[in-house]
Design a protein. Structure first.
Length: 171
């Protein structure tokens, strides 16, 4: 059964709460990423049409976004010890599609990470320092803004991959 689309809602335009606004933009982008997989069978969702990026598929991008979010929010922001796929012997592990991966299983893992991310930094304020430092001290504000940037960049890749998969266009 193909992935179903996710409702998206634009963030509050007269926002007064910085952290809430960041979460709303991240939620919008997460839903957009999931929607890029909506309705596709495994073959189309796993196709890698870019000769110069032989691992880049719609499924791989969502798998990568899950790992990136786990690293930045759960580990760096919240200090939660999590295994990150690219720290093993294969630096591209988060982009590799396993035989048992499906669009549904990858989206489910991504959605599970959303909850883990929110739990990892619950109660923290934008100016709070991250609980684990990576190369330099950072604030929660920086971590969320970086993740928004990373997710938006990859959603752009997904726009192209989806259009190449089945000619579907749009945000």
């Amino acid at each position: 059964m193909p992935v179903e689309g996710t409702d998206r809602q634009w963030p509050e335009v007269l926002a007064t709460d910085e952290l809430r606004l960041q979460w709303e933009f991240l939620s919008f982008l997460r839903a957009t990423a999931v929607n890029k997989l909506a309705g596709l069978d495994r073959d189309l969702a796993a196709s890698t049409p870019l000769e110069t990026s032989p691992l880049m598929s719609l499924m791989a991008v969502v798998k990568h976004l899950t790992a990136v979010e786990s690293f930045w929010i759960s580990r760096v922001g919240g200090g939660v010890e999590v295994l990150i796929s690219w720290e093993g012997p294969d630096p591209d592990a988060d982009m590799r599609i396993a035989d048992d991966d499906t669009p549904e299983s990858i989206v489910e893992a991504y959605r599970t990470q959303w909850t883990l991310s929110e739990e990892a930094i619950a109660g923290m304020a934008p100016g709070d320092r991250t609980r684990r430092f990576s190369r330099a001290e950072r604030t929660i504000r920086w971590v969320l803004t970086h993740l928004i940037q990373e997710t938006a960049r990859h959603v752009g890749h997904m726009d192209i991959l989806r259009e190449m998969a089945d000619s579907e266009r749009g945000e």
